[in-house]
Design a protein. Sequence first.
Length: 643
Amino acid sequence: MCGIAGIISSNSNNINSWVRSMSKTILHRGPDDSGIWQEGNICLGHQRLSVIDLSTAGCQPMHSHTGRYSIVFNGEIYNLSEIKNNLKNVEKNIFWRGYSDTEVLLTAIEILGIEKTLEISRGMFAFAFWDREDKTLTIVRDRIGEKPIYYGQIANSFIFASELKAFRALPFGNFQIDIDSLSLMLRYGYIPSPGSIYKNVFKLTPGTLLKVSEKMLILEKKTWWSLNKIKKNIQTNIFNGKDIEAVEILDKKLRLATQEQMIADVPLGAMLSGGIDSSLIVSLMQNQSSKPINTFTIGFDDNEYNEAGYAKLVANHLGTNHTELYVTDKDAMNIIPSLPNIYDEPFGDSSQIPTFLVSKLTRKHVTVSLSGDGGDELFGGYNRYLWASTIWQTIKWVPPPLRKLIALAILIIPANKWNILSKFISQISFSKLRVNNYGDKMHKIGEIIQANSKESMYLNIVSQWQGILPFIKEVKPITIFKELTSYSNIYSFEDQMMEIDMLTYLPDDILVKLDRAAMSNSLETRLPFLDTRVMDFAWNIPLDMKIRKGQNKWLLRQVLNKYVPDSLMNRPKQGFSIPLGNWLRGSLRDWAENLLSKKNLESGGFLNSKPIHKIWQQHLKGRNMQHALWNILMFQSWREKWD
């Protein structure tokens, strides 16, 4: 795991110092070593976090055996031994300088070519290599987007880097906010690829390679891996075996993926939340380890947001070497001023805070940590997969005008009145079941039932700001979200939702959150669920093996039951969150109101303060609008740092 940067420019006299300045901004991604290499008008920079082959043989930039290629690489190739054996069948006399995955990758590119190398590689990566013969630079990103890479043409230079802050280290460039990207961030909480917060600076889309000439012309932009293509190929022959067969197959594939990702020359552990996904990964790690593995959890005193007790029960059952840290509200809130620097562009997923805290705790003990991210998108884990389909099946028969009337009837009752009604009903019915934030949920239903298609309904579900965005001028960006109506209707609605999340929410929210939080602490994270063998099998099994009789992640639960008793796991999904709504009404109120003042909101020339103040007042009166507000606050906080 490392940080990379590079420039092609006609100004060859200055690019070495420019790349050096860029590399310093991403020192946290690789504090163990650094390297700069220049040849003519191309310069590559690297910050190394040493994990495999800690010797100087693993240092970068690295040059191929013939000298044709030079590479800077960020990530890990997990099946490097397998690739080495394949190369021996093609070229007998390979002299290996060391045993780093970078050298194996570079040698494979030289012998097999880039596309064949990518096809056989299992791992997470973003890298760039210079071809001296063709005078071209190629940048590549992994299948799902575990590792980041930005690029852009600025002031007659082609530039790339692992993080956006590296671009701001340059002494040139007019970085202007991209209003389309900002609108998406305010709507969904993150900026989907290929956009970035700046005009003319882009994220390389996952599964894509980009080739650039020494004249800075884009010669090729190619999708080398496509979820849609893989899914279509696999689902033509859907798995029709018995339940017990599916359990054994998934168990084997996850064991192999976990075993491969446990290889490291540095201390290794795992983040354990106590949920299904992380508990399964930890179970498989411990099952294949001769000594207790290291596990890490953070907890809060607020029981509504605390899963540390569940994690401890799982750790005790498995016999791990468990470390837990209870953090206070003050500990969590102290991170907020650092968020714009950690995430580089506005980012509104508030679980960024506990993710940073658990990464900080983990890094005190180990350099590499496995995580359970990806399980929800692959195996139907989000609760919205359960109820969105049910709601659509109910309302699709209702004429749109009648739906709007029903929605109006729901929305006209204030959220706090719905909460009172919910408590009254539970009391007179002697029911022990009480729904938290019932009024907010009713208002959400009122908003989504007005949709004229299941795709637009799902967009409403994942939208954190409903209705017209609070801009001075209305913005209607075109992204993958606008292409949802072209999705094939041969798949179930649940499958469509999972595919949308795999292409958007997973790479641009979940993986961004984890990468930046971990790497800001110089911690490498690995995700066994995103192993290609596991992903392929997840798309090969029928929906009934993911969601069965109202229970999500059914198949994952069956595998986990082999290692952890169901009594420890049979509880509602909680999520990794903080009491943000209460904080904004309490200890964060002064900070929030300063950023939300009319002067601060309108000083950038984008936002209209009136609708923002309206939802702020609604939140203060008890309706939970924290997600929409947090997106605004994160943009305002980012502007203070970078704009």
